[in-house]
Design a protein around this ligand. Structure first.
Ligand code: ADP
Ligand code: MG
Length: 293
């Protein structure tokens, strides 16, 4: 039978917006050695906005129209930002066919029988698009400013670059500090580019960064951390791509404003997506377990 303290604990946590799906979770949560975080939507707001619009030919509108035509097929925060910009500019979008989501890299579709790609540098490499030195230099310049950079290519030719930026949540730094004070080591695992990932990690004080990580690799990193060091790992995420890692971790914490699949995969769901609630869940578990022992 479940000890009363656990039942009471689960109920009390719920009052604070921390949904603990399974009482056994409490035992693990108080003993974690490592906390690993997704970046977009977890450390940051997950509501990026388009900053730079850099067409190599044609107008800004042409580039946004091309990008939004492909992105209208996706629900990724990047897609929403680009489609919103097209709406603000009252642009008519083109019809697409053969749409494909290229996990961790971007999107592919056909417009008027031409292949259109929207995504990161790895996507361009995967589809043999030649990227000029000029474009690479621009990429490095924007990367230093912590921006997410999207290349647009049509028929294997780069048509331009879009950059997006996403604000760090107000409580992220404080939450990371508190975890460090509890002796917990922190990691950030993200599909975004390295420089942007490092800058965000530095701003919030995260110890270790793994960037350009594909979803299956988020799972592998969690596994490796658990196995090598016999450590208990808590993973925090919000996206479809975080679901495997949320399931693998000793404690999976999903952001309450995240995707349904993330919330299904987590052991704990924190409302408002507030990272302070993640810390509260850990502190709370320690308290409840102390009472049981
Ligand atoms: P994250 O860990 O940041 O949530 P994702 O796996 O969702 O990462 O995305 C990783 C990278 O893939 C993004 O930073 C972006 O470069 C590219 N990408 C993902 N989805 C899209 C999209 N809809 N349009 C363009 N690029 C995308
Ligand atoms: Mg995310």
């Amino acid at each position: 039978a479940t000890p009363t303290a656990v039942t009471v604990g689960v109920g009390r946590a719920a009052e604070y917006g921390i949904l603990i799906k399974n009482g056994d979770t409490l035992e693990n949560a108080g003993q974690i050695d490592v906390a690993a975080f997704d970046k977009t939507g977890t450390i940051t707001e997950g509501k990026p906005e388009v900053d730079d619009i850099l067409p190599y030919e044609g107008s800004d509108e042409d580039l946004i129209r091309l990008a939004a035509s492909v992105e209208q097929n996706s629900t990724h925060p990047i897609a929403k930002a680009i489609v919103n910009r097209a709406k603000e500019l009252n642009l008519d979008l083109a019809q697409t066919s053969e749409f494909e989501n290229v996990t961790g890299k971007g999107l592919k579709a056909e417009i008027n029988s031409k292949e259109v790609l929207a995504g990161n540098l790895a996507l361009m490499e995967s589809y043999d698009v030649q990227v000029s030195q000029e474009a690479i230099d621009k990429y490095h310049e924007l990367e230093k400013l912590s921006k997410t950079i999207i290349f647009l290519a049509q028929d294997k030719t780069v048509k331009g670059i879009l950059s997006l930026s996403d604000k760090i949540k107000a409580n992220s730094k404080r939450a990371i500090d508190e975890l460090h004070n509890m002796g917990v080591e922190t990691y950030m695992l993200t599909g975004d580019n390295e420089s942007t990932a490092l800058n965000v990690a530095r701003e919030v004080g995260i110890d270790n960064v793994e960037a350009q990580v594909l979803p299956e690799n988020k799972l592998d990193i969690v596994k490796k951390t658990q196995a090598n060091n016999t450590k208990k790992v808590l993973f925090v995420g919000d996206g479809i791509n975080d679901a495997p890692a949320l399931t693998q971790a000793d404690i999976g914490v999903a952001m309450g404003n995240g995707t349904d699949i993330a919330m299904e995969s987590g052991d704990i769901v924190v409302m408002e997506g507030d990272l302070e609630n993640v810390v509260a869940a850990v502190q709370f578990s320690k308290k409840v377990m102390r009472r049981i022992k």
